[in-house]
Write a protein that binds this ligand. Structure first.
Ligand code: MN
Length: 503
């Protein structure tokens, strides 16, 4: 069995998904979960892009242990300096520097000759090597580059100290056979055999996972992925698909990864709520329908013997929603279950969570792990100073009274109760936020399920995402809106040490 390293770039390439803007706090939360998931490398961000981004990477470097923490840098000193500063506190660190090697990029984007590009690559790797042992070098747009030029630049950067050579299919152009052939070519022609080869595939033609797996078969050691396959344009190779293909078909691939499979469902869910990007129902491995059997023949088969129509066990990737707690559960039971889910807390925090938990059990008979996650991840946090006091709808007119920090207002709207709530909150919070996108969906199952609202608002010159969770969809809508406004007020990337953003 060969070991395949999983390099997760959810927080860098995934964060480049159109419309996604994670706060530093949210990035840290996801990074901690990626560490539990057992990825080998977390690419935490691109520190040169802003002070907020640099601080977010630094927080991850300080607080996340286990995986190597990587930061992206163009092949220029300024970027490498920013990456170094951000990675300084990390136990294990890697600078990931890149420059484009394809004729079209060199000519039109960089306006550099191939020899100038090679020089810049070598200089960048040498410079990075002054600060860290692990340097990854990427040939941007490798699949449209000249193969012999890749070998030439590759050998030069390995000599300069690069430990990993990454071959990105930046524009999602490659096919599996062709991409495997490129990896084999590099393996055979690079004089230095010890270098680790990595691949980074985009899904423009729906081939990112297939290309990554073909490359691994051809000798790549590391696969770069994102959770739920999010990322630039059509996204990146999906972590859960790559990992489950390797696991389910180990008879064929003869490879393994260090991923803790039971954390897959939970990681997917967390990334989805933080980014506001829903997982499509038909998505492989983590989609809501991935283990749902509709046809009578299939249902009959699965009931008789699961393996007739299921090649993976949903429980193996953490999909059970075990009934664990209810109205009569005490603080001790709650604390134990939260500990199993990875949350440690002091008495005071536990008391507050217990209050919210009790309130939830008034509305829901059973509280599942997913409900607890929702509770812990903030979407349910509210106080009695904020809420909806009254809703009336008649003849198309919605009349709603909302309260924010003990002040109330009543709004009439012909555009429905959600519009009325948002007008009221704008007025009470003294802002002029504009709703850009509004979505509502069920988090958990059953008649008393939790509903989640995800909103995007325009405030100032930015777009901000907020989410709210409640058994009442109007309350979820209100919480999401207040959350988005609070995030906008904290300037998107600032840290809110209190963690209480739902007041
Ligand atoms: Mn990319």
């Amino acid at each position: 069995m060969r070991w395949i390293r999983i390099f997760d770039t959810t927080l860098r390439d995934g964060e480049q998904t159109p419309g996604v803007n994670l706060s530093g706090e949210e990035k840290l939360r996801i990074a901690k979960q990626l560490s539990k998931l057992g990825v080998d490398v977390i690419e935490a961000g691109f520190p040169a892009t802003s002070k907020g981004e640099l601080n977010a990477v630094k927080k991850i470097a300080e607080n996340v242990h286990g995986p190597v923490i990587a930061a992206l840098a163009r092949a220029v000193k300024r970027d490498i300096d920013a990456a170094c500063e951000a990675l300084e506190p990390a136990e294990r660190k890697r600078i990931h520097t890149f420059i484009a090697t394809s004729p079209v990029h060199m000519k039109h984007k960089l306006r550099k000759s191939p020899q100038e590009v090679k020089r810049a690559a070598v200089d960048a790797v040498e410079y990075a090597k002054n600060f860290v042992d692990e340097v990854e070098f990427s040939f941007e747009d490798a699949t449209r580059s000249d193969r012999d030029f890749l070998v030439e630049v590759g050998e030069a950067v390995i000599e300069a100290g690069a430990t990993v050579l990454n071959v990105p299919d930046t524009v999602g152009y490659a096919t599996p056979e062709e991409f495997a052939d490129l990896i084999r070519y590099l393996r055979e022609n690079l004089r230095m055999k010890h270098v680790e080869l990595s691949v980074h595939c985009h899904d423009d033609l729906g081939l990112a996972v297939a290309n990554s797996l073909a490359a691994a078969m051809a000798g790549a050691d590391q696969i770069e992925v994102t959770v739920n396959g999010i990322g630039e344009r059509a996204g990146n190779a999906a972590l859960e698909e790559v990992v489950m293909a390797i696991d389910t078909r180990r008879d064929f691939y003869k490879m393994k990864t260090g991923i803790n499979l039971r954390e897959i469902a939970r990681t997917s869910w967390l990334v989805s709520i933080y980014t506001g990007i829903e997982v499509p129902p038909n998505k492989a491995v983590v989609g809501a329908n991935a283990f749902t059997h509709e046809s009578g023949i299939h249902q009959d088969g699965v009931l008789k013997e699961r393996s007739t129509y299921e090649i993976m066990n949903p429980e193996k990737i953490g999909f059970q929603t075990k009934i664990v707690l209810g109205k009569h559960s005490g603080r001790h039971a709650l604390r134990e279950r939260l500990r199993e889910l990875g949350y440690e807390m002091d008495e005071e925090r536990l008391n507050r969570i217990f209050e919210a938990f009790k309130e939830l059990t008034e509305k829901k008979k059973v509280v599942t792990d997913l409900d607890l996650l929702a509770l812990m991840e903030g979407g349910l946090r509210k106080d009695d100073k904020t809420g909806i006091e009254m809703v009336q709808i008649s003849h198309g007119l919605a009349v709603v009274s909302v309260r924010y920090r003990n002040r109330s207002i009543t709004i009439h709207s012909f555009n429905g109760p959600v519009d009325a709530i948002y007008q009221g909150i704008n007025s009470l919070m003294g802002v002029n936020a504009k709703l850009v996108d509004y979505r509502l969906y069920g988090v958990t199952e059953g008649r008393d399920a939790l509903g989640e609202a995800i909103v995007r608002i325009r405030m100032g010159d930015g777009i901000h995402t907020g989410r709210g969770i409640s058994t009442d969809v109007l309350e979820a809508s209100l919480l999401a809106y207040v959350n988005a406004i609070n995030k906008a007020r904290r300037n998107g990337n600032g840290f809110d040490s209190s963690g209480e953003d739902y007041s």
